[in-house]
Design a protein around this ligand. Structure first.
Ligand SMILES: Nc1ncnc2c1ncn2[C@@H]1O[C@H](COP(=O)(O)OP(=O)(O)OP(=O)(O)O)[C@@H](O)[C@H]1O
Ligand SMILES: [Mg+2]
Length: 460
């Protein structure tokens, strides 16, 4: 079976056929266990009435009388002692009858053939057109002792009904099969649509139409599928953006390195200019090296799970180290550093947090004009949490930019930052490290006044 459609339709048809067979067996069992005694009783009464009328009207022309009764829809067998049987009405399919039964009836007993008829799974007693499936009663007429066996002629009595029910049954089966095939087509259709949609997505086309208005499971599936498609599309966009940003960040230092090395080769330049060009080449290679390091850091932060190597250490000590390490940078710019760092023990990844303070301090140095101030504070805000605030008196960040500064490659002012250096990855690395520690980072800033980064971290 190749398609779900065919599988579903054929399974339903099989279920219908099996149910039909079961229904037949069960209803037959119901007839044999419940209806048979009533049927027997009913036919016994009819047969008795026929016999009574015959006995009460002596001299009745019996062949004529029984012929008449047979025409009303009965099959009759008449046995006179010592003579061959006479049949009236439509002949029986099966005419064998044990001699003991005939003797029994002739001796005055009633024969309940309908009730005695064998019981079995596939024996449809009601329809069996056999002489043993009759009611036999004794007759005392002027001809002497005789036995009368009667059963309703199902063919005559229920002829039209049988045709009616056969047509009904056949139509029910035929129409059910037809509607099962049509219905299945409509049930399976949304799955086909989904399959087509997955193919389209695999080819990179995210514009898909799905039956999201359905209220059933397929509707839910379509809805989550659409949601998934939207996130894949967004991811794909982010990936493309990331690749183009990376290429751009690599391209500009490479172009400048290429340009300056060409100039250095071709022209007879004064030593002073040569030195200047070489230092630019050195600076640009350094930029490239920093960029590749940052990308590696981001990739490892994104990909590895539970990569935090927590250990207890003094945060104040660590920040002091960072400030000392970067002193040639802030001293060169004539910046003042204010520290309010009470000794604070924290259980965190020391290597990663070191990176956080470096990135925040280099930003402060980079975006604060000469003579400005950068302030580091540790605030033990609760038993569980501490806060580190880094405040500068720098250029500040505008309202529009502030929500984007943690995005990868985001720089508020491209031209300025190009001059200052940096690829816009520092804060996204900071953000990632803080989230890995289950902490948070906020920024508040007033342009031309200064910026404050507030890092909140759990102590443990
Ligand atoms: N202290 C600050 N004052 C003013 N603007 C800031 C400050 N810190 C960050 N920004 C702005 O946010 C942007 C993103 O900062 P981020 O640290 O991610 O990148 P970067 O410093 O430009 O480059 P990188 O850190 O990768 O060398 C910066 O380009 C800058 O425009
Ligand atoms: Mg930075």
């Amino acid at each position: 079976m190749k398609t779900l459609y065919l599988r579903f339709a054929l399974t339903t048809v099989c279920i219908m056929l099996v149910s039909g067979c079961l229904a037949f067996v069960l209803s037959n069992w119901y007839y044999q266990s419940n209806l048979k005694p009533y049927n027997d009783q009913k036919i016994t009464e009819i047969t008795q009435t026929i016999a009574n009328y015959y006995e009460n009207n002596k001299g009745l022309d019996f062949p004529n009388y029984f012929d008449h009764i047979a025409n009303l829809g009965f099959q009759i067998a008449y046995y006179q002692e010592g003579q061959k049987p006479v049949f009236f009405g439509r002949p029986f399919d099966e005419t064998s009858l044990p001699a003991s039964v005939i003797r029994e009836v002739l001796s005055g007993k009633t024969y309940h053939g309908v009730l005695r008829f064998p019981t079995g799974v596939f024996i449809t007693g009601f329809f069996d057109d056999a002489l043993i499936n009759t009611i036999g009663v004794p007759l005392h007429g002027i001809e002497g002792r005789s036995a009368l066996f009667v059963r309703p002629d199902i063919g005559t009595q229920f002829g039209e009904m049988r045709i009616f029910f056969s047509v009904l049954l056949l139509l029910t089966i035929g129409l059910s099969i037809l509607f099962v095939f049509i219905g299945t087509y409509y049930i399976v259709r949304p799955i086909r649509t989904l399959t087509k949609a997955t193919r389209k997505i695999a080819e990179g086309d995210f514009h898909i139409q799905l039956p999201v208005n359905r209220k059933d499971e397929l509707g839910i599936l379509a809805k989550s599928f659409s949601g998934m498609t939207a996130s894949i599309e967004q991811l794909e966009k982010m990936r493309q953006e990331f690749v183009s940003n990376v290429s751009h960040e690599i391209q500009s230092p490479l172009t400048s390195i290429q340009g300056f090395s060409k100039t250095l080769q071709s022209n007879d330049l004064p030593n002073e200019t040569k030195k200047q060009y070489l230092s630019i080449i050195e600076l640009e290679s350094e930029r490239l090296s920093i960029l590749s390091k940052q990308l590696l850091t981001l990739a490892s932060l994104e990909s590895e799970k539970n990569l935090l190597q927590r250990s207890p250490f003094d945060l104040a000590e660590q920040i002091n180290q960072v400030v000392t390490m970067l002193q040639w940078q802030w001293r060169a710019k004539g910046l003042a550093i204010e520290l309010d760092l009470p000794s604070t023990l924290i259980n965190a990844d020391a290597k990663l947090l070191y990176q956080v303070w470096i990135n925040l301090l280099t930003n402060g140095i980079k975006f604060t004009d000469e003579g400005g101030t950068i302030r580091f504070e540790i605030l033990p805000i609760s038993v569980e949490e501490i806060q580190v605030r880094v405040t500068d008196t720098g250029v500040g960040i505008s309202k529009e930019d502030i929500s984007h500064v943690f995005e990868r490659f985001y720089k508020t002012d491209k031209s300025r930052t190009n001059k200052v250096g940096g690829s816009g990855l520092g804060l996204s690395i900071v953000h990632k490290i803080i989230s890995l520690h289950k902490g948070s980072i906020q920024v508040s800033s007033v342009p031309q006044v200064g910026t404050t980064f507030i890092v909140t971290l759990p102590r443990l």
